[in-house]
Write a protein that binds this ligand. Structure first.
Ligand SMILES: Cc1cc2nc3c(=O)[nH]c(=O)nc-3n(C[C@H](O)[C@H](O)[C@H](O)COP(=O)(O)OP(=O)(O)OC[C@H]3O[C@@H](n4cnc5c(N)ncnc54)[C@H](O)[C@@H]3O)c2cc1C
Length: 411
C-alpha cells in the first residue's frame, strides 16, 4: 500500500491526513508524527489569555482522534528529512532515535517561534501563541493594576524566497510580520478585559509593528480604519520597530528605540523549523520554507508536499491558507494515485476573524489586496463573533477535520 507520512498535526497536518484518508481510503497508509500529544487550537489562545476559554477545552487528543479515522499516530519530533532516500528521522519523548520511510511526504510542521532572538524573553516575554503562554498571560492580566502595555509582533525571518516556487510572483510576498491577526485581536481583547476589571483608565497601550505600519497584508482603507480606531482609543502607534529585547518596564528595538511596557504581549519572531537544519538542503528556500508548485509539490522532490506555515507560498501565515494548501495537496495526490477527484485551484486570500468576546462582536476580514486583488472586507458585527465561536466548536467537534472550512469561510 502507498505510504503517506505527515509531519506535524495542527491545521495543515490534520487536514492532509484526514483528507488523504477520505479521498483514498484503503489505498493509502497514513502515519502522522507530531511532537505534542495534543493539537491545541491556536485561534482560541487569545481567548484563554483573557479567561473566556480554557486551554484544556481546546486540545485535540491525537492518539485517540487519528486512529479512529484509520491514521497511525507517532508522538515524536522529526529531526531530519532525507528527501533523497525518502526517509525521516525522529526522536521519541524518551530520546530514542528512530526512522521511517515514505512514498509521499507532507511537510506540515509549521514555523518555529524564535523566542531566542528576543533578549529577556524568558523573564519578561508574554504571548498567546501556545497554551502555556496564554495561561501565563492570563495570570498576569488578572494581577495587572494599570501601567504600560505594548502589543506587537517580532520579525519574520523569511529569507529572500530563493529559490522561488512555481506560482505567480504576487502570491508569496515579503512580510515584515508573519501574522498580525492575533496582534489586532489582542488590541481589541486586552482593553475590553481591562475595562471590565476597572483598570483601563490607568493603562496606556502602545501598538507596534516591525512593518511600515500594522496589517500591511490588508488594504490601506481597512488599515486606515484600524489606525483611526487606535487614535480614538488613545493608543500610541509605533511602526518600523524591530523588537530585540524585552526588559522589566520597556521593550527595545534593533536601533535602540524603546517603548514603555510593564507588560509586553508579543507574537514572537517566526523562523524555520529546527528540523530544517539537518534535512536535505535543496528542499528548502534560503529562509527554511519549502518552495512548491501550485499543487504544493516541492519544486525539487516530486513526492514531497509542503502545506501550511512551512510552505513558502503561505504569506501571511494563516490557518485558512494552511487548510486550503493541504486540501489542494491531497487532491493532487488522490489524482496521482488514480482516485479521480476535483482539483481545487490555489487562490490565496486573507481570511480571518478578530474576535472581541467580552464586548460581543468580531471583525471578519476577507482581503485580497496583498495578492493584487480588490477584495477589502473588514466587517465588525455580533454575528461575526458567533462565527468565531462556531469555528472553534467545529474544530473541536471534528477533532480538527476542517472538511467544511471552505464553506464556513464563505458565510
Ligand atoms: C495566537 C494565534 C491566533 C491565530 N488565529 C488565527 C485565526 O483566527 N485564523 C487563522 O486563519 N489563522 C490564525 N492563526 C494562524 C494559524 O494558527 C497558523 O497559520 C496555523 O496554525 C498554521 O498551521 P500549520 O499546521 O501549518 O502549522 P502549526 O500550527 O505551527 O502546526 C505545526 C504542528 O507541527 C508540530 N511540530 C513542529 N515541529 C515538529 C517536528 N519537528 N516534529 C513533529 N512535529 C512538529 C507542532 O507541535 C504543531 O502541532 C493564528 C496564529 C496565532 C499564533
Amino acid at each position: 500500500m502507498t505510504k503517506l507520512l505527515v509531519l506535524g498535526g495542527r491545521f495543515a497536518g490534520l487536514t492532509a491526513a484526514y483528507t488523504a484518508k477520505r479521498l483514498l481510503g484503503n489505498k493509502i497508509d497514513v502515519t502522522l508524527i507530531n511532537n505534542t500529544p495534543y493539537a491545541a487550537f491556536r485561534p482560541g489562545m487569545p481567548h484563554v489569555s483573557i479567561g473566556v476559554l480554557r486551554a484544556e477545552d481546546l486540545e485535540v487528543d491525537l492518539a485517540a482522534a487519528l486512529p479512529a479515522k484509520g491514521i497511525k499516530f507517532i508522538l515524536g519530533t522529526a529531526t531530519k528529512i532525507d528527501a533523497k532516500k525518502n526517509k525521516v528521522e525522529y526522536e521519541l519523548p524518551n530520546k530514542d532515535k528512530k526512522d521511517i520511510t515514505y512514498d509521499y511526504l507532507v511537510v506540515a510542521f509549521g514555523a518555529k517561534l524564535g523566542v531566542e532572538h528576543l533578549k529577556g524573553w524568558d523573564e519578561f516575554g508574554n504571548s498567546v501563541c501556545e497554551p502555556q503562554f496564554a495561561i501565563a498571560l492570563h495570570e498576569k492580566l488578572e494581577k495587572f493594576k494599570g501601567g504600560n502595555i505594548a502589543i506587537g509582533s517580532g520579525t519574520f525571518y523569511q529569507g529572500t524566497l530563493t529559490p522561488r516556487g512555481k506560482y505567480p510572483s504576487n502570491w508569496a510576498s515579503h512580510a515584515d510580520s508573519a501574522c498580525e491577526g492575533p496582534i489586532f485581536e489582542m488590541s481589541l481583547m486586552v482593553p475590553a478585559f481591562l475595562k471590565k476589571k476597572g483598570v483601563l483608565d490607568k493603562t496606556h497601550i502602545t501598538i507596534f509593528s516591525p512593518g511600515e505600519e500594522i496589517l500591511t497584508d490588508i488594504s490601506k482603507e481597512s488599515r486606515g480604519i484600524v489606525k483611526t480606531m487606535y487614535s480614538e482609543a488613545g493608543f500610541d502607534m509605533v511602526w518600523n520597530f524591530k523588537l530585540s529585547e524585552i526588559k522589566k518596564d520597556e521593550i527595545v528595538d534593533e536601533s535602540g528605540k524603546t517603548i514603555k511596557a510593564d507588560l509586553a504581549i508579543i507574537l514572537p519572531p517566526y523562523e524555520k523549523n529546527d528540523a530544517v537544519v539537518n534535512s536535505t538542503a535543496d528542499l528548502f528556500d534560503d529562509g527554511g520554507f519549502v518552495p512548491t508548485d501550485e499543487h504544493m509539490r516541492s519544486i525539487k522532490y516530486d513526492n514531497v508536499y509542503a502545506c501550511g506555515d512551512s510552505n513558502q507560498v503561505t504569506v501571511p501565515k494563516l490557518g485558512y491558507l494552511a487548510v486550503q494548501t493541504s486540501r489542494i495537496a491531497m487532491e493532487d495526490l488522490s489524482n496521482r494515485l488514480g482516485a479521480s477527484t476535483k482539483q481545487e485551484e490555489y487562490i490565496p486570500e486573507v481570511v480571518c476573524i478578530a474576535d472581541n468576546p467580552l464586548e460581543g462582536f468580531a471583525i471578519a476580514v476577507n482581503d485580497t489586496t496583498f495578492y493584487g486583488g480588490d477584495k477589502k472586507i473588514a466587517e465588525p458585527s455580533p454575528a461575526n463573533h458567533i462565527k468565531k465561536e462556531l469555528f472553534t466548536k467545529y474544530f473541536m467537534w471534528t477533532n480538527g477535520d476542517m472538511a467544511l472550512d471552505k464553506y464556513l469561510a464563505s458565510w
